[in-house]
Design a protein around this ligand. Structure first.
Ligand SMILES: Cc1cc2nc3c(=O)[nH]c(=O)nc-3n(C[C@H](O)[C@H](O)[C@H](O)COP(=O)(O)OP(=O)(O)OC[C@H]3O[C@@H](n4cnc5c(N)ncnc54)[C@H](O)[C@@H]3O)c2cc1C
Length: 319
């Protein structure tokens, strides 16, 4: 059995398969630190991932796992108050029942111009710590990450020879499957020093949209953009200035924070997450697990558990 891809989706899936008694090989074009996953901050927040009736259970499951991981500092997961801001009265989101300590934001928690908001305690998944943690867990389970320079080019041939491929290539699926419904959602972020912030803030729809502030142990990630269909991975200096301007309006204590770097990641957009098994005419089965949009860290463990169920349903047995 092969898992393809070493972003958060591939790593999490490979770990769950190991825990179920399988011994997957993990092939990847890029190592984890060079993936889209490495650019995210990231917080648990179901964003730009569909359909809602599947995303919500996957998110809930991932939330449970993250609450457990937060007990282990080595995982890079902790819990953070997250303030979601609105410039008009807004009904609570569907995920309110899943998270701990969900409540309306008090007036003193809302910057000027925001009349509504929600506060929840959500997992903060610090990717520079969490991705190496996942790699360590996978390697401790007997796995190794095998880099295929240039990436795999023939999924059908790989499935025919391996029998079962669990396919987690994110945006790579566009060319590899090929699946033209997969598209980039370009996200630029700016990393700055942390002046002592402890709350995450976000405006997704209001006057400063899209703007978010995510404090981590040693820095703060400021966002951002969500540009559909844009492939450019080079940070744009004008966008960096705009991100800083908005973030400083949202959180004035950022006024003197030093800029460390700007980065770009291409979220793997798709009308719906593709999580299903496909038997190929040439032999072999592919279990697809890609297209998680802006929510890969929010969905990873729930999707990984469903992959394990699909693998079992396809009669694969642990070696
Ligand atoms: C700026 C930004 C902020 C974000 N914030 C959040 C957040 O707060 N919360 C959240 O949940 N999500 C967030 N996301 C979204 C999240 O990062 C993605 O949903 C997630 O990283 C997707 O993971 P993935 O493993 O599917 O893809 P990737 O991380 O892109 O990994 C894909 C893997 O497949 C490999 N691959 C591709 N093609 C091939 C091939 N042909 N052969 C072999 N290997 C191949 C790649 O090398 C890579 O290892 C954010 C994203 C961005 C860009």
């Amino acid at each position: 059995m092969i898992v393809l891809g070493s972003g958060v989706i591939g790593l999490t899936t490979a770990i769950r398969l190991q825990e179920a008694g399988f011994a997957p090989r993990l092939l990847t074009r890029d190592r984890p630190e060079a993936t889209t996953s490495a650019v995210a901050a990231a917080v648990w927040y179901p964003y730009r991932a569909y359909p809602a009736h599947r995303v919500l259970p996957w998110s809930r499951r991932t939330l449970e796992v993250c609450y457990d991981l937060a007990a282990d500092p080595a995982s890079g997961v902790s819990l953070i108050p997250f303030v979601d801001l609105f410039d008009r009265p807004t009904p609570p989101p569907a995920w309110r029942t899943a998270v701990r300590a969900f409540r309306r934001a008090r007036p003193d928690e809302r910057p000027a111009g925001y009349v509504d908001g929600f506060v929840a305690e959500v997992p903060l998944i610090e990717t520079p710590v969490h991705l190496p943690y996942l790699v360590d867990r996978f390697e401790a389970g007997g796995g190794t990450i095998e880099v295929v320079p240039g990436g795999v080019t023939d999924l059908a041939a790989l499935a025919a020879s391996a029998g079962l491929v669990v396919h987690c290539t994110g945006l790579g699926a566009r060319r590899l499957v090929p699946d033209p419904s997969v598209y980039p959602i370009r996200g630029q972020v700016v990393r700055v020093t942390n002046p002592g912030l402890t709350h995450a803030l976000a405006d997704d729809t209001g006057p400063l949209a899209i703007s978010y502030v995510i404090p981590r142990r040693g820095d703060v990630i400021l966002g951002g953009t969500a540009q559909d269909g844009v492939w450019d991975r080079t940070p744009d200096p004008e966008t960096t200035r705009e991100i800083l301007r908005k973030a400083r309006l949202l959180e004035p204590r950022l006024a003197d924070a030093a800029v460390l770097e700007a980065r770009v990641g291409l979220r793997p957009g798709r009308p719906t997450v593709r999580l299903e098994a496909e038997r190929l005419p040439g032999g072999g089965t592919v279990i697809h697990n890609y297209g998680h949009g802006g929510a890969g860290f929010t969905l990873a463990w729930g999707c990984a558990d469903e992959v394990v169920a699909l693998v079992r349903a396809h009669h694969a047995r642990p070696a």
